[in-house]
Design a protein around this ligand. Structure first.
Ligand code: EPU
Length: 337
C-alpha cells in the first residue's frame, strides 16, 4: 500500500471505529519544526493530539490496522530530520493530569511537563523531583531516556510505569523490570501513558529553595533562551562532553544557523533558520574533532528521527553547502534566538 492509501485507511479506521471525534484530533502534513524545541524538522504525514487515553487507544489501533508507524513526540531532546516523519506522530500534551496519592506518591500522565510536576510535588510537600525543575521534557519522554541532571535522575523516584502496547492494551511495569541506566530504560514496544512516583515528605519552602538554586545555576550556565535540544552528547564516564568540546576549541563553531553554544559547549543552538541537516553536520563535526583530539567517542544523548529527504512529489528546498565556521558570527547575522 502506498503511504497516501495508508493515511486514507487510517482516517477511515478512525471514523469506522466510532471515533469521529478523534478525527478532529488529527492533522495532516504538520511541520515538526513547530513541535520541537530545536525548531527544525520537516512535515509529519499525520499528527495526532488525543484528548484522553481512550482516544490514544483508537489512534494506536487505527495506525496498527493501516500499517502506519506511531511515534510519540515530546519535542525536547530530539532532532527531526528535514524530510519529516512517515506515519503518525502523537503528541500527548492533553494527557496532562497530576494526582497526589496518599502521603508520598504522585501519579502523572505522560504529557505533563517535568517542571510542572516538580512544582506540584513541591506544593504537596514532596521532595525528590527538585532536579526536574529545569528539564523541558514531558514525563513520558523523560522516562524513556531516564532524564536527569548532575543532581538526580528519574529512575530512583519511579514506582511504576504504565504503557500502551501497539494492540491498545495497557501494561504496568515496576521500576526493576525497566532496568534503568544512565539516560536509558528497557521499555517494551508501546508508549508511556502515565507513571507513579514515590517521594519523601519535606517542607515546601525547603523544596522550593532547592529548585530556585538549581534553576539559577542552569540559567547561568546553559543557553536557555535559544532553541536547542538540550545536551547533544551523553557525558563519557568520568568526564563531561561540554568540557571536551570546549577544549577542542569548538565553542561558537557554526554550520549555517546551527552553532555550538558559546555558553555551554554540549548545546547546539538554532540561531534562527537552521535546517536539521546543518545541525546533524555540526554534530558529526564536533564528534570527529573530539575523537581526533582526545580519542574519546562521544555518544549521542539526543534522538534523531525521521526521513533524510522529503517523500517524492513534495517541493524540494534548495541544496545547501556546508561550511564550518569557527569564528562567532557577526551580530547582524543573528536569527531570532
Ligand atoms: N564545562 C566546560 N565547558 C562547557 C560546559 C561545561 O568546561 O562548555 C565543564 C564545567 O565547567 C563543569 C563540567 O564541564 O566542570 C560539567 O558541566 P555542567 O555542570 O554544566 O554539567 P554537564 O555535565 O555538562 C549535566 C547534564 C545536563 C544538566 C547539568 C546540570 C548530561 C549530558 N548533561 O551537564 O543535562 O542540566 O548536568 O545538572 O548529563 C540535558 O540532559 O539535556 C542536560 C542539559
Amino acid at each position: 500500500m502506498m503511504s497516501k492509501e495508508r493515511v486514507q485507511r487510517f482516517l477511515k479506521e478512525l471514523r469506522d471505529g466510532g471515533a469521529s471525534g478523534c478525527v478532529n484530533d488529527v492533522k495532516q502534513h504538520e511541520p515538526m519544526s513547530r513541535y520541537t524545541t530545536m525548531k527544525v524538522g520537516g512535515e509529519a504525514d499525520l499528527l495526532a493530539v488525543p484528548q484522553d487515553v481512550e482516544a490514544l487507544r483508537r489512534i494506536v489501533l487505527a495506525a496498527h490496522r493501516a500499517g502506519l508507524s506511531v511515534i510519540v513526540l515530546g519535542g525536547s531532546n530530539i532532532i527531526v530530520r528535514d524530510g519529516g516523519i512517515a506515519g503518525v506522530v502523537v503528541k500527548l500534551i492533553r494527557l496532562n493530569h497530576i494526582r497526589v496519592v496518599g502521603s508520598n506518591r504522585i501519579v502523572a500522565e505522560a504529557g505533563v511537563l517535568l517542571p510542572r510536576l516538580a512544582r506540584a510535588a513541591a506544593r504537596a510537600g514532596l521532595s525528590g523531583l527538585e532536579f526536574a525543575i529545569g528539564i523541558p521534557g514531558t514525563v513520558g519522554g523523560s522516562i524513556v531516556m531516564n532524564a536527569g541532571t548532575r543532581e538526580g535522575e528519574l529512575a530512583p523516584r519511579i514506582e511504576s510505569v504504565t504503557l500502551m502496547r501497539p494492540d491498545g492494551e495497557l501494561l504496568t511495569l515496576d521500576r526493576e523490570s525497566l532496568r534503568f541506566r544512565y539516560r536509558h530504560a528497557d521499555l517494551p514496544q508501546g508508549c508511556v501513558v502515565s507513571a507513579e512516583f514515590v517521594l519523601q515528605p519535606a517542607p515546601t519552602a525547603q523544596i522550593e529553595a532547592t529548585m530556585k538554586r538549581m534553576l539559577d545555576a542552569r540559567t547561568a550556565t546553559q543557553p536557555l533562551h535559544s532553541p536547542s535540544a538540550g545536551c547533544v552528547f551523553k557525558n563519557p564516564p568520568g568526564d563531561s562532553a561540554g568540557r571536551l568540546i570546549e577544549a577542542a576549541g569548538l565553542k561558537g563553531c557554526r554550520i549555517g544557523d546551527a552553532q555550538v553554544s558559546e555558553r555551554h559547549a554540549n548545546f547546539i543552538i538554532n540561531r534562527g533558520h537552521a535546517q536539521a541537516d546543518e545541525i546533524l553536520a555540526l554534530i558529526r563535526h564536533v564528534g570527529r574533532q573530539v575523537e581526533r583530539r582526545f580519542g574519546v567517542t562521544l555518544e549521542l544523548e539526543v534522538k534523531i528521527v525521521g526521513r533524510a529527504t522529503k517523500p517524492k512529489g513534495a517541493p524540494r528546498s534548495p541544496k545547501r553547502r556546508f561550511e564550518v565556521r569557527s569564528d562567532p558570527a557577526p551580530a547582524q547575522a543573528m536569527g531570532s534566538s
